[in-house]
Ligand binder design. Sequence first.
Ligand SMILES: [Zn+2]
Length: 261
Amino acid sequence: MSRLWTSSEMEETLFKVAVANRILAEIGLGAGVRASLGHASLRLPSDPTKFVVKGRGYYIDVMSRMRPEDMVVCNMEGEWIDGPPESMQPGEVKMHSCIYNARPDVMSVVHVHPKYTVIMSSLKQTLVPMVQEGAALVLNPLPVYPKAKVVTTEEEGVEVARLLGQHKLIILQGHGAATTGVDLQDSCMAMINLEHQAEMNYYGYLAEGVQHSRIPAENVEAMIRHQSFTQPHFKARTDVTGMPKNTGIWAYYTQLVSEGM
Ligand SMILES: [Zn+2]
C-alpha cells in the first residue's frame, strides 16, 4: 500500500474508521441487500480539512470486511486525496464534505440505510420516544431531507447540511439517515440509537396506529437529568474511583470486529 501519509495518527484514523464501518454492519445497520450501503467518516485530528471514509471500488465492498488499508482520504470538496489504487470516494461523499464544511464542530459523519428508520420515513411518521435508549434523540421532531435520491451533487450535499442545521442527525426520506458526532463513537451510537427508536416506533405504529402511545416528554427530560452515580449510596466508592468510565457497547464491539485486523 502506498500512502501519502504514513504517520501514526493516519494509521490510527484509518483503523478507527474501518472498525466503525464494521461495527455498523455488526449491529445490523448494513446487512443483506444493504451490506455495502453506508459509510462512516472521521476528520484527521491534525488536519480537519481532510477526512477518512469508506470508499468504493473494492472487490469485496461490504462494511463488515473493511480494513484500515481500504479507507480513502478526501478533502472538503469531496475529492479523492489518497487510498488504494483502485478506490474511489463513496458515491455520497458530498454528504460528508458538505456537513463538515457547514459544521466545524462535527468531527465524524455516519450515513447508512437503517431499515426501520427508512420505513417510518416512507410512512411519513415522526419518530417519538418509545424506549430509554436514544430517547433524547427523538424528543423533538427530526429534520427530514424529502428526497429518496442518493446525495451526489454539491447542491444536494449543501441542502442536506442546511436542513441538518445544528441538529445532531437528519432523516433522508425513503433512503436513510446521517448522524454527526464529536468522534466515531458519538456519530455511530447516534445512528444505532436512532434505529432502535425507529424499530420501537414501528411496533408502536403496528400496535396502536398513527397516534400510538409514547414516553411523555417530561419523563424523557427527567431521564436525561437523572445521574445514577451522584446518589448518596455511591459516594463512598466514587470518592475512591471517580465517576465510572462507561464505554457502553462501543469497547465490546470494537474488540469483537477488530479481531484479526
Ligand atoms: Zn445512501
